[in-house]
Design a protein around this ligand. Structure first.
Ligand code: NAD
Length: 350
């Protein structure tokens, strides 16, 4: 019986990781630690909350006393660390919050793991789930590999880069067994509707403006969230100690082209006349420090661990739209209160 701590398991990607591990490994005990910030939502895990190998612990990764107590309570074999502040726009208005959660919180977990495991690292693993945004922008047509130098541009990516460096430093300095993955943009069910794809699905449905940064020329590589979860499973179990694995779908889209695909698909699904939703596109002032292009070279994880994405983008985006259309109640719940206030503030002057 292995006991694994998953942090941020009530969030978007974390909930898919928790579900996969709870269902796939009945002999593991999965402890989901989450502070339930605006982005954490236990509704995401309703279908597995009664499983005997699942436990939820509410708590903050920056609370040292609580984290050390948790490590003593459960004697974890491994940590899969996803808890983070994750929205670039929020990091621009509140960088310190990102420093606190993403760097201080990660180092707190590293300290607890180091202290709890120090006598014996055998069979232990600290896995940090990170982002391709640490590499900055790749504007010359190339790809980010695991050797690409870090060049973060936003407070969010700087905080993730800082936490990646701390994780490697704990391996080099204290011998902590670690692995890191850096993934491209995820999309799919359960994503908080401040991020591009769920925000635009929701706005198209409600005939609200679609605020596109700059000219919509920025390019992102999109991956279906369940394919990220299966990659995390592989990296956790088969990734080599101290290695980094880039995860991506070789699926690049200019924002504006992606938005037009969503508009067309939603016109069809909602029975609207072709071209109706595209009229909602509104160009707004570009995000400060906006990276032009992210593009992941995922060959290492594909060749070494045999991972590959299961879905083509058109199928993934259609499934995602269906999920949001079928789960109006979920959307209503997460778009009320705190989130609605934030959204109104962000977009009022645009
Ligand atoms: P999310 O914002 O949906 O979820 C984050 C979760 O962390 C939430 O449940 C939140 O309650 C929890 N959390 C935040 N602060 C906490 C704290 N101090 N203590 C405990 N829990 C806290 O984020 P996501 O999109 O699911 O991203 C998960 C991880 O994957 C992050 O580390 C992110 O950097 C990384 N990542 C995300 C993407 C993406 O496209 N979304 C891509 C690559 C990597």
């Amino acid at each position: 019986m292995k006991t694994i701590l998953v942090t941020g398991g009530a969030g978007f990607i974390g909930s898919h990781v928790v579900r996969l591990f709870v269902n796939q490994y009945p002999d593991y005990k999965i402890i989901n630690l989450d502070a339930l910030t605006y982005a954490g939502n236990l509704e995401n895990l309703k279908d597995i909350e009664d499983k005997p190998n699942y436990v939820f612990e509410k708590g903050d990764i920056t609370d040292e006393a609580f984290i050390f107590h948790l490590f003593e309570k459960y004697d974890f074999d491994g940590v899969i660390h996803l808890a983070a502040e994750s929205h670039v726009d929020r990091s621009i208005s509140n960088p310190l919050e990102f420093l606190k959660t993403n760097i201080f919180g990660t180092v707190t977990l590293l300290n607890a793991a180091k202290d709890q495991w120090k006598e014996n690292f055998e069979g232990k693993r600290f896995y940090h789930v990170s982002t391709d945004e640490v590499y900055g922008s790749v504007d010359d047509g190339g790809f980010f590999t695991e050797e690409t130098s870090y060049d973060p541009q936003s407070p969010y990516s700087a905080s993730k880069a800082g936490s990646d460096h701390f994780v490697r430093a704990y391996a080099n300095t204290y011998g902590l067994p670690i692995v890191i993955s850096n993934c491209s943009n995820n999309y799919g069910p359960n994503q908080f509707p401040e991020k591009l794809i769920p925000l635009f699905i929701n706005n198209i449905r409600n005939n609200k403006a679609l605020p596109v940064y700059g000219k919509g020329e920025n390019i992102r590589d999109w991956l279906y969230v369940i394919d990220h979860a299966t990659a995390i499973d592989l990296v956790y179990h088969k990734g080599r100690n101290k290695e980094t694995y880039n995860i991506g779908g070789f699926n690049e889209w200019k924002n504006i082209d992606l938005i037009k695909v969503m508009c067309r698909t939603m016109d069809e699904k909602l029975g609207r006349e072709a071209g109706t939703s595209e009229k909602l596109i509104t160009y707004v002032k570009d995000r400060a420090g906006h990276d032009l292009r992210y593009a992941i070279d995922a060959n290492k994880i594909m060749n070494e661990l045999g991972w590959k994405p299961s879905l083509q983008f058109e199928e993934g985006i259609s499934k995602t739209i269906d999920w949001y259309l079928d789960n109006e109640e979920w959307l209503k719940n997460v778009t009320s209160g705190a989130y609605q206030k934030y959204y109104d503030e962000m977009y009022k002057e645009r």
